[in-house]
Write a protein that binds this ligand. Structure first.
Ligand SMILES: *Cc1c(COP(=O)(O)O)cnc(C)c1O
Length: 410
């Protein structure tokens, strides 16, 4: 009898994006002429093409694969030295991280899910609410939770509400938790954490022998000088944090796939009998057993993000998305909505008008402006009363969305 992993049956059927799809189809079926005007500001995917420098590097790497002198087969599972070193040089130079603490992969989504392989049962897991759903579902799959209640909240997880009152950064929990997911700049709220807030989390983690999973996928969008780019800017974080980063959002690698995870050698976990165990060798073992390295041309393309041309081209991409975010912020403010995020992140998080729910606002934006947004409640119950607009779009589309917000929703 082939037993399955029963935990998978606890998962809520993907609700958010299928429900968005269902409502959009119902609307377009009923209003075919309005359908042609539809603009999607919902999904967190980039829209602009890969930087020229990355494409050039990938073309060259493909050509290398075409000659027996330069052909490369299996590469190092942890990633090529040229990429790990470029990452450290460009992003961790003053933060005491070395190239062998950086593990290259084909995505942060996989890394942030797979990391649970090296942690045992019985950990108390804290996640923010609203949250990137991957953190929740991967914990359900591995058996770290009980069943979900009618709101989709899982028994056994500690939910840390994030709202306007706490600037979308959770308060330190009263209870003891072992693993903590933090994502700043945040998806979906676009919020950032201050140095003081991260210091408080690091102090908590050290005191409780907990580990922080710090997702910095949107680091490149930080515009303000005083916002931390890495958890490792905080003293002591090397003993209590893992950082996830990706080329998806800065270099537009969502369809090309390359990311990395930083695990300091100083980071320790604990065995069942309470003795210390370094985390780095566990992840190294896991990664080299279950993963055979990211594609060579892709790693060359990723390294080109750090070339002179690559940096300039990425800066142009970010500038474009962040000017979109500014326009979207202003359009929502102009009709009297409360607006968050969109300053150091490509997401604008908007409060619904008094008495309107997230899905109510979704329907209004669809019906009155033919704009698809993401209802905040889809990211967790603390997201109720908000919606997310993504700045990942063409300028032309964003300007049109702003016009429609002013004309039809004002
Ligand atoms: C987009 C995104 C990532 C990146 O995931 P990849 O698998 O590297 O494309 C990671 N975390 C969050 C919160 C994201 O929104």
């Amino acid at each position: 009898m082939a037993r399955i992993n029963d935990n998978f049956l606890k998962l809520k059927a993907g609700y958010l994006f299928p429900e968005i799809g269902r409502r959009v189809s119902a609307f377009t079926d009923a209003n075919p002429e309005a359908a042609a005007k539809l603009i999607r500001c919902g999904i967190g995917d980039v829209t602009e093409p890969l930087p020229e420098a990355c494409r050039k590097a990938m073309h060259d790497a493909v050509d290398e694969q075409g000659s027996s002198e330069t052909f490369r087969g299996y590469g190092p599972e942890q990633g090529y030295g040229f990429l790990r070193e470029a990452i450290v040089e460009n992003q961790y130079a003053d933060l005491g991280i070395t190239a062998d603490e950086v593990f290259i992969s084909d995505g942060s989504k996989c890394d942030s899910g797979n990391i649970l392989d090296i942690f045992g049962p019985g950990n108390k897991i804290a996640i923010t609410d609203p949250v990137y759903p991957v953190y929740v579902d991967t914990n359900v799959m591995i058996g770290n939770t009980g069943e979900a209640d009618e709101n989709g909240a899982y028994d056994g997880l500690v939910y840390l509400p994030c709202n306007a009152a706490n600037d979308f950064v959770p308060a330190i929990p009263e209870e003891k938790v072992d693993l903590i997911y933090l994502c700043y700049p945040n998806n979906p709220t676009g919020a950032t954490a201050t140095r003081e807030q991260l210091e408080a989390w690091v102090a908590y983690a050290k005191e409780n022998k907990s580990i922080i999973f710090y997702d910095a996928a949107y680091e490149a969008f930080i515009q303000e000088d005083d916002v931390p780019h890495s958890i490792f800017e905080i003293e002591g974080a090397h003993e209590c944090a893992i950082e996830f980063r990706s080329f998806s959002k800065n270099g537009g690698f969502t369809g090309t796939r390359c990311a990395y995870t930083v695990i300091p050698k100083a980071l320790k976990g604990y065995t069942e009998d309470g003795s210390e165990q370094a985390i780095h060798p566990l992840w190294s073992r896991r990664h080299s057993t279950k993963f055979n390295g990211a594609s060579y041309p892709v790693q060359r393309g990723a390294a080109a993000v750090f070339s002179e041309e690559g940096k300039a081209q990425v800066a142009t991409l970010i500038e474009g998305y962040m000017s979109n975010a500014k326009l979207l912020r202003e359009a929502c403010e102009a009709i009297g909505l409360s607006v968050f995020g969109g300053i150091n992140a490509p997401y604008v998080w908007v409060g619904c008008p008094e008495g309107v729910t997230s899905w109510g606002m979704f329907d209004r934006m669809l019906e009155e402006a033919q704009v698809v947004i993401t209802p905040g409640s889809g990211f967790g119950s603390a997201g109720e009363g908000y919606f997310r607009i993504s700045a990942f779009n063409s300028r032309e589309n964003v300007e049109e969305v702003c016009r429609r917000i002013a004309e039809n929703l004002g």
